[in-house]
Design a protein around this ligand. Structure first.
Ligand code: PLP
Ligand code: COI
Length: 344
């Protein structure tokens, strides 16, 4: 590492740390400019920007990992590009060409390579691409200009303790409406989750679980992560619903469970009053990786799955395989890894 960066990699949480470079590109008069890396982490935008008033913005989250041989790599950035464009279509924002998105992430990771933790610490470089609608405006209408920015921060575990179980409670609030923006990664969904999250934290839970907004009978999201359960007969099950954010980690686990661990997999309704069908349960996402769910509180009772203190054996196998692929220790399926070399 070329630079003296004073970070205790083992103590990192999930917090903003300013790194050296970020990528900025501007959309104006119907097209994106070439974009460039800049050092300034401040954005100056009009007070009328639709992103500020009407939430016309969307974002992504992916990570850069250091392998044992010292090289760094991204995990499935093409999937983040596709999902960002899906969010853009939902909010009438201009799409980003996939190659531009991946190139921006590669440039940012490479320019901030000193912030990618050494292999074996478990810490990573979290990359946050986002698009905001900007410019002078007051009416409820799409912006005429947009900023695409990609910045990054070194991070450790999202939920304290990493792969040790945490408990969740069921939220009385919804994060998304039945035909709303739940499947898009837009800021408004997260603004809606702040109060329920705070309520659950005050009661000692890691976060809350959202049920389906139409009937409140089915599990949808675990805070800012997707849910999975392992049935007593060893099936990997994860909820299916149009208001869930389609998690790239979840789709990767569906593949890993089937192709690496030989399990049967199901994407289907998961009823909250049938959670006793699961021997183990977990939350999955880029930030959460796999966080085992110790128990879920529902109707004043805590239902414990495998254990409140130990990760279950199937969850552990899924974790080890996913983690191994992401850090380059386990062979990845074709196209999942973008290696960042000095000439990329
Ligand atoms: N669900 C929500 C609401 C999220 O914010 C995230 C994080 O991106 C996820 C699920 C997990 O998605 P992914 O695995 O693509 O990070
Ligand atoms: C992610 O897992 O990338 C997320 O976006 C979760 C959260 C930090 C918003």
């Amino acid at each position: 590492m070329g630079k003296n960066i004073n970070i205790d990699w083992n103590e990192l949480g999930f917090d903003y740390i300013k790194t050296d470079f970020r990528y900025i590109s501007v959309w104006k008069d119907g097209s994106w400019d070439d974009g460039k890396l800049v050092e300034d982490n401040m954005l100056t935008i009009s007070e009328g920007s639709p992103a500020l008033h009407y939430g016309q913005q969307c974002f992504e989250g992916l990570k850069c990992y250091r392998r044992k041989d010292g090289k760094i790599q991204l995990f499935r950035p093409d999937q983040n590009a596709k999902r960002l464009n899906n969010s853009c279509r939902r909010l009438l924002m201009p799409e980003i060409p996939e190659e531009k998105f991946i190139s921006a992430c590669v440039q940012v990771a490479k320019a901030n390579e000193e912030y990618v933790a050494p292999h074996g610490t478990g810490a990573t470089l979290y990359i946050r691409p986002f698009i905001i609608g900007v410019g002078d405006n007051i009416g409820v209408k799409p912006a005429e200009e947009y900023i695409f920015c990609v910045f990054c921060c070194p991070v450790g575990p999202y939920f304290k303790g990493g792969v040790t179980p945490v408990n969740f409670m069921i939220s009385d609030y919804d994060r998304a409406a039945p035909y709303g923006t739940g499947a898009a990664k837009v800021g408004g969904n997260y603004a809606a989750s702040l109060l329920p999250h705070e309520n659950s934290a005050k009661r000692g839970f890691a976060d809350c679980i959202y049920l389906d907004p139409a009937t409140h009978t089915k599990i949808e999201e675990v805070g800012a992560a997707n849910f999975f359960g392992i049935t007593k007969d060893n099936k990997f099950v994860t909820p299916k619903s149009p208001s869930i954010l389609p998690s790239i980690t979840k789709y990767s686990l569906l593949y890993i469970a089937k192709e690496y661990l030989g399990m049967q997999v199901e994407e289907r309704d998961v009823y909250i009053d049938k959670i006793y069908e699961f021997a183990e349960a977990g939350a999955c996402g880029t930030a959460a990786v796999i966080t085992p769910i110790g128990g879920i509180e529902y109707k004043d009772k805590l239902h414990v799955f495998y254990s409140e203190t130990e990760v279950g054996p199937v969850t552990k196998k899924l974790y080890d395989t996913l983690y191994g692929i992401q850090f380059g220790d386990v062979k990845a399926p074709q196209g999942w890894i973008i290696e960042i070399s000095s000439d990329s």
